[in-house]
Design a protein around this ligand. Structure first.
Ligand SMILES: [Zn+2]
Ligand SMILES: [Zn+2]
Length: 389
């Protein structure tokens, strides 16, 4: 089959790879009809996530048609149309039983590698490094889906792919980012990053009753999109974000702050950017936490900072004094997607939201390298690329 493969830093290539096969009795094989490039794929592309190997098949946002199931897969059969969540989860371990699917204890065969960096291992993730399982991803014609009786959600009506595809990751991720803010009516929520996850966090915060949402980014078309969704916007290259947020909230700060940026944050001050960029280059710091630092400093006393932007390892100059002394709660997670599939599908069905609003580009799988490049360079107002195998 054809698949988009990681070939080294800044290099992906659509190549012929062996078709996936059923390896375990709870596997299914899915013929992919739509797949997307995620902001977190750019961290792989840019070489910031360790333990990638040349030839790894990328992609963790995909949907399609079941073509084969292992003998122990219940509830799915060939011909079913499914969306597949990005974390792989067994459904039966202690974490899964508590709804903490992205930290399933049984789905990462390389848990030992992750334990060295993180203490304990999170779940395996499709197409996201060997440290997270080395699973082939979904930017391909077919994918093997382990624990297929737990993850995939059947789409039984005629909602088009573009409306349901993002249940695989970015819609639930943005939703959970807002949910972790414990929003009550009247709240002001600030969102760092107006990329796809940021856009869903903004929409979700409004659906949960936030009175105002303030989006922070530097790319005009992303800020425009946030504004059209009802957010107030700040361009951090033109505005001092901390001052502006203070002014906009009567001197108190936003009730909660969402970091939808993660490890490749930019910073307008060359000195600050240079510090983290240099530490990252010399491997004395893995992640550039500008957005996270600012979110903590900006948050009102007693507020919540919710992290859904992806981090890989370690950060410097973490404002621990601000967090501790000001009673701030810091929460973060890879999204427990399986929890949100049904309720968010209902939201889509009810017309509360049409997740297709983030799509800026549609192209064949064969053009994946071009898709990665324009998404990374923010060229051609690229916000979200959907690939069709
Ligand atoms: Zn994603
Ligand atoms: Zn589990």
């Amino acid at each position: 089959m054809r698949a988009n493969c990681w070939m080294g830093r800044n290099h992906v290539e659509v190549r012929d790879v062996p078709d996936p096969r059923i390896l375990n009795s709870r596997d299914a094989i899915v013929r992919i009809t739509s797949t997307a490039i995620c902001g977190s794929d750019l961290h792989l592309y840019d070489g910031y996530i360790p333990t990638m190997k040349k030839g790894d098949v990328l992609g963790h946002e995909f949907m399609g048609e079941v073509v084969e199931t292992g003998p122990d897969v219940t509830g799915l059969r060939a011909g079913d149309r499914v969306v597949v969540p990005f974390p792989i989860a067994c459904g039966a371990c202690d974490a899964c039983e508590h709804g903490l699917y992205s930290v399933c204890e049984n789905s990462n065969p390389n848990a030992g590698m992750a334990e060295k960096v993180m203490g304990y291992s999170p779940a395996g993730i499709f197409g996201y490094s060997h440290m997270l399982g080395g699973f082939a991803g979904g930017q391909a014609e077919y994918a093997r889906v382990p624990f297929a009786d737990v993850g995939p959600i059947k789409i039984e009506d005629d909602l088009p792919d573009e409306q349901v595809l993002f249940l695989s990751d970015i819609f639930p991720t943005g939703w959970m980012g807002a949910e972790m803010c414990d929003i009550t009516p009247g709240d002001v929520i600030a969102v760092w990053g107006a990329g796809p996850v940021g856009q869903f966090a903004i929409a979700s915060a409004f659906l949960m009753g936030a009175e105002r949402v303030i989006a922070i980014d530097r790319i005009p078309y992303r800020l425009d999109k946030a504004e059209r969704a009802g957010a107030e916007v700040l361009d951090y290259e033109r505005t001092d974000v901390l001052d502006a947020l203070r002014d906009m909230t009567a001197g108190r700060g936003p009730d909660a702050c969402i970091d939808a940026v993660g490890i490749e944050a930019h910073h307008p001050a060359p000195l600050m950017y240079g510090y983290d960029r240099a530490k990252q280059a010399t491997r004395t710091e893995t992640d550039r936490p500008f957005a996270l630092r600012e979110a903590i400093m900006a948050c009102r006393n007693g507020g919540v900072v919710s992290v859904v932007g992806v981090y890989g390892g370690f950060v410097d100059k973490f404002p621990m004094g601000s967090l501790m002394n000001r009673s701030i709660t810091l929460r973060g997670a890879q999204c427990h997607v399986q929890r949100y599939l049904r309720p968010l599908l209902e939201r889509i069905r009810a017309g509360d939201i049409d997740p297709g609003f983030v799509i800026s580009h549609r192209m064949p799988l064969e053009d994946a390298p071009h898709g990665y490049e324009i998404f990374r360079q923010k060229e051609d107002d690229c916000l979200k690329v959907v690939l069709t195998p």
